[in-house]
Write a protein that binds this ligand. Sequence first.
Ligand code: CP
Ligand code: NVA
Length: 328
Amino acid sequence: MVVTTPPLAGRDLLSIADLARSDIEAVLELAARTKAGDDLGRPLAGRNLALIFQRPSNRTRVSFEVAVTRLGGHPIAIHAQEIQIGERESVADVSRILDRYADGIVARLISHRDLLRMAQFSASPVINAMTDREHPCQVLADCLTVREATGRLAGARVCYVGDGNNVCTSWLYAAGLCGVDFRMVCPSGYEPQGDVLERAAAMAAASGGRLHVGHEAAPALEDAEIIYTDVWTSMGQEAEQQRRREDFARLQVNESLVTMAPPQARVMHCLPAHRGEEITDAVIDGPQSIVFDQAENRLWVQQALLALIFATLPRPATAATAALEARR
Ligand code: CP
Ligand code: NVA
């Protein structure tokens, strides 16, 4: 008998760049099949997952709680104030402790460096629920959404209009790995970091993808299939909000900007939106917007991701988890 181990089994997801193209395809395939009605069963039965949030969250926390529960597991949501990472206890100690109790950690941490440290001290898988540097679960859901909207990921023409932030970084890696034609438009000074661009460009050279960073929306949007934006001021950058409003004003995704793309282009935003800043009500609520389908896809993609990471790991057999299972 040939036993195949899913390539993601037991692994962390800290950066999209940790994945191979085939890993991304496996997650998207499983997510699409589940969305179409396939049953994933209860691969998390008897498992407890700790969900830590150092920043506010609606989509990520709720979709992970629902995903873990649907897969038969038990989510434990922890807010930053309770554990005060780095103040009451070091990141390393928080990680060591959670690793003794839970079977995995989903963490939204302010600093990506802290996330790497958390992963270093946890034997069980750690999943990035967003840091200052990346938002891989968001971009996996975005990839599924692009595939649904355009019929493909490789060769899809995606134009990201906005800041070279965490979401953009994860997108550059995903685009590089999966052969996307990705154009990033931002004001001067808001480009992604040089090391990110270099790494993504090397991936694109291998996959046949195209990456372009520029400052003018019109040429990048001319034949775009997807117009993507994110907030101009990410969480933690509030002190820069006024300056960013001024710097980004000409790149607002409004009805005029959308007409630079073909009429069948679809509009995406990871949400939460700062309506009236990076996107107008008319666009986000308009006929080309697919932002709520995109938000729904967080659930399908994370369910698939959890199923692939935890499916073949040995099941815990402690009295506590057995008792928890008996109560279900
Ligand atoms: N897109 C996203 O991650 O949303 P939340 O901040 O609400 O989790
Ligand atoms: N770039 C945004 C994404 C929110 C989901 C932030 O970091 O606040």
